[in-house]
Design a protein around this ligand. Structure first.
Ligand code: SF4
Ligand code: SF4
Length: 189
């Protein structure tokens, strides 16, 4: 706690969202100069209310409440095109990913149920196999959302076209992947 000249102690200043992102990722969203190159290449830009340069701007304006409940965060495909195009090394993809983690940790009840179900199912698959099992992901998601039989008739066609693999061999480094999950969980406690 900082102290003033008269000996009265002041509460430490709360971190801004930009500072918190920097602490967590080492990326500096404050460096964004709104050139828009990230959004120009984003394949999801047409579908989202907030494009990557909007999100970086809102981080700069410390609009945590609005950002952490924004559906746009969850429509990001994680393709990293924005990061590759950014001339200023702001890494919008990592910033968005971190905002998602913060949203899950701080306001899980405000997030759309199906998005959370997909997010958790995806992570479960990575933890279990070190990779995605399409069938495992689909079953886990459907169990979480109670939509087990929705789209069920499409599954056989997807299997025959090679779009849905029934087996899910784990990667050879799956134990290292699980150790990363464990370390992250311990850090969050
Ligand atoms: S490309 Fe980089 S500097 Fe330009 S708007 Fe996007 S994040 Fe900001
Ligand atoms: S990582 Fe997300 S925000 Fe960035 S270009 Fe891909 S879809 Fe768009």
């Amino acid at each position: 706690m900082a102290s003033t000249e008269g000996g009265v102690k002041e509460a430490p200043r709360a971190r801004t969202l930009s500072e918190e992102i920097y602490r967590r990722t080492g990326r500096q969203p404050a460096r964004c100069y709104q050139c828009g190159k990230c959004s120009a290449g984003c394949p999801m830009a047409e579908e989202t209310e907030l494009r990557p340069h909007d999100i970086l701007r809102m981080v700069g304006l410390n609009q945590a409440d609005r950002l952490l409940t924004a559906k746009s965060l969850w429509l990001c495909a994680g393709c990293e095109t924005c990061t590759a195009r950014c001339p200023n090394d702001c890494d919008p993809a990592s910033v968005i990913d971190e905002l998602r983690s913060m949203a899950v940790a701080k306001q899980p009840d405000t997030l759309p149920r199906n998005l959370m179900a997909f997010h958790r199912s995806f992570l479960d698959q990575i933890r279990a196999h070190g990779r995605i099992s399409e069938l495992g992901l689909m079953v886990s998601y459907k169990l979480r959302t109670g939509s087990l039989f929705q789209d069920a008739t499409a599954a056989p066609g997807m299997v025959t076209r090679g779009k849905l693999h029934l087996g899910a061999p784990s990667i050879s480094g799956v134990e290292e992947v699980r150790a990363i999950f464990k370390a992250c969980e311990e850090e969050e406690r």
